[in-house]
Design a protein around this ligand. Sequence first.
Ligand SMILES: [Zn+2]
Length: 304
Amino acid sequence: MSLNNAVLPGGPGPEELVPSRYALRVGEIDALVVSDGVLPLPTKTLATNADPAALAAWLDDNYLPRDVIDWALNVVVVRSGDRTVLIDAGVGTEYPGFPRAGQLGSRLDAAGIDLASVTDVVLTHMHMDHVGGLLVDGVKEQLRPDLRIHVAAAEVKFWEAPDFSRVSMPPGFPDALRATAKRFAEEYRSHLRLFDDEYEVAPGVVVHRTGGHTPGHSVIRLASGGDRLMFAGDAVFAVGFEHPDWFNGFEHDPEEAARVRVRLLRELAETGEQLVATHLPFPSVGRVAVDGDAFRWVAAFWDY
Ligand SMILES: [Zn+2]
């Protein structure tokens, strides 16, 4: 440990003990997973339809506390051709209950990535932990005037009159999510580039709408030179490999979200491509294997 690290234990900025970024290449495409921090959430949000004893057993098996666990919050920066693409933007400072998240700005700085170099933003969906980073004071001013923000048309439409009847979120969240999505749509309306089902944002970088978690939820597929990686957004959570049928409390259509999860996990197991997802433990780079009736997460060996 250096003296600087000792002075700033785990604090934000270039002297952090853990750099909270992980770089990899997919053929000719550069990808950088950046942690925005962690979100402490009640464990029952991970499995709203599960037998509480089954959830407790899963938590015990994973050496996790039974009441509240820290969800990772991962963002990805992709460079392909002449485009620099930011996939999601973290939670920002929209919600006071998440003091350890909203670190994307300082971590991009530490990685030497200037917000003004970002040509495109792709949003998996418009929940506040994915768009909030764009609403932090001073961020919009640093972004390029010609920035394009790609989001599914169905997502923007959904948030005009969002349906929260099927979710099971902690108190306060529906109002915060509504308010953040509304503010985002208002502030960035002129930057939005809507797609219906899929759109190639940069060479080999394709955003593809899945629905489920939200009606416009989308995944991003990277493909170059025979290599493939999927950023699955909120289609899969840490419990979702062993229990793909467990509903997450943030899913607006839980049955459809579970169908999407199983479809994507099957595809990932078949292709053997890499998976990164928003809320899998950082750096969340791994692969998927079939395991009986369910799946198994196979963490990638670090390259360093
Ligand atoms: Zn999320």
